[in-house]
Design a protein around this ligand. Structure first.
Ligand code: IPD
Length: 267
């Protein structure tokens, strides 16, 4: 496990250096994906290629699933789940909140059943490095981190995010409009992996999002759990693409109660 995690760290750090170097030169949109605003830059593709190359060399039997199209089935039972640059829009605008996120999971590459083993999230703009291993705790730049102490929802700083489809974004915003009156404030940082890292390190009290992709949370979810937080799905489902809430375990029930009457299931 230690060897696999060290490999994860070294690849994520190298990938973040590449993303940062490309950002210095300048970044342009290479293509749109699911909608005009869902973009990919040449750097996203290049960083994913680098990560895949390093993993194929070191771990030829493992599967790889990447945001920018990599889908390699493995035979070892382990899969690396990669977001080469989470926070691509921040990256485009040079807002310093974009990260390389690499999770190593055991089992089918399906978030409802997989077991995360190692997670690394490196903010490529600041070089902050969040790490976790199953059962081994979570760290920020080598120092142990914990979720913030539980607070009532009324004083909770809650992160969230929006998808790229216009209608879905409006439905997500309608939920925020309801929730914002019941919490301290809302943050939309623009990188799900960093939102989860922020919960793990106590910079946010909670984070939820509807419609994440597996690579958005494969690493970050383990950070939260290993930092003493808990993850929740919608109405008892496993946390995942439909809905994911991350918070101090004692805060989850109140937040889920606030969200319950809102049309989360219809987003
Ligand atoms: C997006 C970011 C954003 C979240 C979206 C994700 P990308 O990932 O994490 O914060 O709200 O749901 O798709 O496109 O920047 O890799």
């Amino acid at each position: 496990m230690r060897e696999l995690h060290d490999l994860n760290v070294s690849i994520a750090v190298e990938a973040a250096e590449l993303a940062r170097a490309r950002r210095r030169v300048g970044v342009a949109v290479a293509a749109s994906k699911s909608s005009l605003v869902d973009i990919v830059t040449e750097a996203d593709r290049e960083v994913e290629r680098l990560v895949v190359e390093r993993l194929r060399t070191a771990r030829p039997d493992d599967g790889i699933l990447g945001e920018e199209g990599t889908s390699i089935p493995g035979t070892s039972g382990l899969t690396w789940v990669i977001d080469p640059i989470d926070g691509t829009v921040n990256y485009l605008y040079d807002i310093p909140a974009y990260a390389v996120s690499i999770g190593l999971v055991e089992g089918e590459p399906d978030p409802s059943t997989w077991q995360p083993l190692s997670g690394v999230v490196v903010n490529a703009a600041t070089s902050e490095r969040f790490e976790a291993t199953r059962g081994g705790g979570a760290t920020l730049d080598g120092r142990p981190i914990r979720v913030a102490d539980a607070v009532p929802a009324a004083t909770a700083l809650v992160g969230t995010g929006f998808g790229y489809d216009a209608g879905r974004r409006q439905r997500q915003a309608a939920i925020v409009q309801e929730l914002i009156g019941s919490v301290r404030d809302i943050r939309r940082i623009g990188a799900a992996a960093l939102d989860l890292a922020n919960v793990a390190s106590g910079r946010l009290n909670a984070y939820y999002e509807i419609g994440l992709q597996p690579w958005d949370f494969a690493a970050g979810a383990l950070l939260v759990e290993e930092a003493g937080g808990s993850l929740h799905g919608w109405q008892g489902e496993a946390p995942g693409s439909r809905f994911l809430l991350a918070a101090h375990p004692q805060m989850a029930a109140e937040l889920l109660e606030l969200l319950a009457p809102l049309p989360v299931g219809d987003v």
